[in-house]
Design a binder for this molecule. Structure first.
Ligand code: ATP
Ligand code: MG
Length: 340
């Protein structure tokens, strides 16, 4: 839906730590690329209401109105009662599927070539249910919650993702050998849904096995849509990031029925915040996913090619995490020079 300026309004959460630096890079590059987007900057500083973490109503209204948001990393405030802000957002907007692509960057060599993985992480429950308590001192319990409903919607999303992109394989990553009931339900749902998608080949693999095989030969996972419970997705996507050059490179999309929020996989990186060292690539590529989701494919390709061209142009134009010497702003300027 275009606004009265003939542009799309998108909510922008700049984020904490390196968030301000990498969001500035995105805004500068979008301005230079003449992307038809007006950013609506929203503040999501959390408040405690009746002991529960909530985000301001104005932020919720903005995101519900615009349907699409780009989000920098948020740190969770330390203190009693606060649950992760990222979780709060995912729950508030029912963002049930987290899509995490990971593709070798041509022009940045790592020991692995031709990595091209696509992982979909269940985003609302599992080990992140937040149900933990002390039974008696020294004995604690943490509940991994798996429901048929949440499993079905994320697995269905994976099948639909594969169908819409002409991919023929869905792989469920699990540990049902040990968690027979919980991961067992996740597998059961995948097998039931397989009947509705006869053109897609379903396979299943134990998470430890996937880790082993992926570092031995990531090419085994090309053209496969992987789908898995929450914590496995968290860990396996960092592993995949490591294969291509680290967290500075990997984007993601949190997808719901109504709203989607695009964000880098990495956190607020407090260790390098404010020093001009942050790599904005992950947030930029998240924004490229967002542009494609919005149908702005030409803008997406323009920015993506300028980013990869800059990374390939040499260490003087790359940030430190990619063995380069460039600051965040120098890197952004180089990208702007390469825009069409
Ligand atoms: P949070 O608590 O917000 O998750 P964290 O301490 O876990 O923060 P991450 O942001 O997850 O930190 O980052 C892990 C490591 O990767 C840190 O050493 C960080 O400096 C580095 N890193 C993360 N993102 C980037 C980036 N965009 N550019 C450069 N280095 C990064
Ligand atoms: Mg982290």
């Amino acid at each position: 839906q275009k606004n009265s300026n003939g542009k799309y309004t998108v909510s922008l959460i700049e984020g904490d730590g390196i968030g301000t630096e990498i969001s500035k890079a995105v805004k500068d590059i979008y301005h230079a690329a003449k992307v038809p987007i007006d950013w609506e900057v929203v503040d999501v500083t959390p408040t405690l209401v009746n002991g529960k973490t909530t985000i301001p109503d104005s932020a919720i209204e903005s995101i519900n109105r615009n349907k699409v948001a780009l989000k920098g990393p948020l740190a969770t405030p330390i203190g009693k009662g606060h649950v992760s802000m990222n979780l709060t957002l995912r729950r508030t907007f029912n963002l049930f599927a987290n899509v995490r692509p990971c593709k070798s960057v041509v022009g940045y060599k790592t020991p692995y070539e031709n990595v091209d993985t696509l992982l979909i992480r269940e985003n609302t429950e599992g080990e992140y249910s937040g149900i933990e308590h002390t039974v008696v001192p020294g004995v604690v319990q943490s509940i991994k919650l798996i429901t048929r409903e949440a499993s079905e919607r994320v697995i269905r999303y994976a099948y639909e993702y594969a169908l819409s992109r002409g991919m023929k394989k869905v792989l469920v990553v699990h540990k049902a050998s040990i968690m027979k009931v919980s991961d067992g339900l996740f597998l059961e749902v995948a097998r039931e849904l397989a009947k509705e998608y006869p053109s897609i080949d379903l396979s299943v693999e134990l998470i430890d096995n996937t880790c082993l095989r992926m570092v031995q030969d990531p090419a085994l996972y090309r053209d496969v849509v992987m789908v898995m419970p929450n914590l496995y997705g968290d860990i396996l996507s960092d592993l995949a990031s490591g294969l291509i050059g680290g967290l500075g490179l990997t984007p993601s999309g949190n997808m719901g029925d109504e709203v989607s929020i695009f964000e880098a996989v990495h956190g607020s990186a407090p260790d390098i915040a404010g020093k001009g060292l942050a790599n904005p690539t992950a947030l930029l590529l998240s924004s490229v996913m967002m542009l494609r989701h919005m149908g702005l494919n030409d803008n997406a390709t323009n920015i993506e090619q300028a980013v990869f061209g800059t990374i390939a142009s040499g260490p003087e134009n790359r940030t430190k995490d990619l063995k380069g010497t460039a600051t965040t702003s120098h890197f952004a300027e180089q990208i702007i020079k390469r825009l069409k």
